[in-house]
Design a protein around this ligand. Structure first.
Ligand code: T5A
Length: 208
C-alpha cells in the first residue's frame, strides 16, 4: 500500500495559509496528484462542530478544556479523514495541525513551562502517532499577519487575544522549527502571493 504525503501549513494569524494552500493545490492538480484539502480545528463533521465552539466568542472554557477539545477534534479528524486519505495514496494538505497546539495552547496559553509542555508532548505522542511529512511554517511578523487578517474578517475567539499572546505563539513556532528543522521548513511569507507560492513549491516538490 503506497501512502500519500501529509503536508501541514502553520503560522500565526493571517499569515496567508489559505492563500498559499490555494496555490499549492493548483500546482498539485497540474501534476495530476490526488489530494484532500482539510483544516484544523475541524476537517471532519464532528471536528467542524467542535471548531464552531472553539472559535465562537461566546464560548467560555478554561485552557485545559480548550486543549482537550483540540485533541478531541484532531482524534476524529485523523480517524475520519487524514488516515483514510493517506492510506488511499492521496496527499493530505492540512491548514494547521499539531504544531498549532504546541504554539497556541503550549506557548500562547502559558503551558510553556517545561513540566506542562512535557505533558502536552506526551499527549501528542499518545493521541497523534501521525506527524506530517513536511510542515511549512509561514513566517511573517505578527503585526503584519494581523493587518492582513483584519482586512477581511470579524475577530474569532483566538483573534481577540492581546498582541503578547501572539508574540508567544510566534516564539512557539520558531522554537519548534529550530527543534525539528527536517520536518518544519521556514517559508518567508513576506512579498507577493506568487513569490510565496514559489517558495512553497520549491520545498514541497522535493517530496515528489
Ligand atoms: N488553533 C488551531 C489553536 O489554538 N490550536 C490548534 O491546535 C489549532 C489547530 C483557527 C484558530 O484556531 C487556533 C489558531 C487559530 O486562531 P484559522 O482559521 O486557522 O483559525 O485562523 P487563521 O490562521 O487566522 O486563518 P486565516 O484564514 O485568518 O488566515 P490565513 O489562512 O493564514 O491567511 P489568508 O490566506 O486568509 O490571508 C489573509 C489575508 O491576507 C491576504 C489574503 O488575500 C487575505 O486577505 N494575503 C496576502 N496579502 C499580501 N501578500 C501576500 N503574500 C498575501 N497572502 C495572503
Amino acid at each position: 500500500m503506497s501512502l500519500g504525503k501529509f503536508v501541514s501549513f502553520e503560522g500565526t494569524e493571517g499569515v496567508g495559509k489559505t492563500t498559499a494552500i490555494n496555490g499549492l493545490c493548483e500546482r498539485l492538480q497540474a501534476q495530476g496528484i490526488e489530494y484532500v484539502r482539510t483544516r484544523e480545528p475541524g476537517g471532519s463533521p464532528f471536528a467542524e462542530q467542535l471548531r464552531e465552539l472553539l472559535l465562537d466568542t461566546r464560548t467560555q472554557i478554561n485552557d485545559d478544556t480548550e486543549l482537550l477539545l483540540m485533541f478531541a477534534a484532531r482524534s476524529d479528524h485523523l480517524a475520519q479523514v487524514i488516515m483514510p486519505a493517506l492510506s488511499a495514496g492521496k496527499w493530505v494538505i492540512c491548514d494547521r495541525f499539531i504544531d498549532s497546539t504546541v504554539a497556541y495552547q503550549g506557548y500562547g496559553r502559558g503551558f510553556g513551562n517545561a513540566d506542562m509542555l512535557h505533558k502536552i508532548e506526551a499527549l501528542i505522542a499518545g493521541f497523534v502517532p501521525c506527524l506530517p511529512d513536511i510542515t511549512l511554517w509561514l513566517d511573517l511578523p505578527v503585526a503584519e499577519g494581523m493587518q492582513r487578517a483584519g482586512k477581511r474578517s470579524v475577530a474569532d475567539r483566538f483573534e481577540q487575544q492581546q498582541l503578547d499572546f501572539f508574540d508567544r505563539v510566534y516564539q512557539g513556532f520558531e522554537a519548534q522549527q529550530q527543534a525539528q528543522p527536517q520536518r518544519i521548513q521556514r517559508i518567508d511569507a513576506q512579498g507577493e502571493v506568487e513569490q510565496v507560492a514559489d517558495r512553497i513549491w520549491q520545498a514541497v516538490s522535493q517530496q515528489l
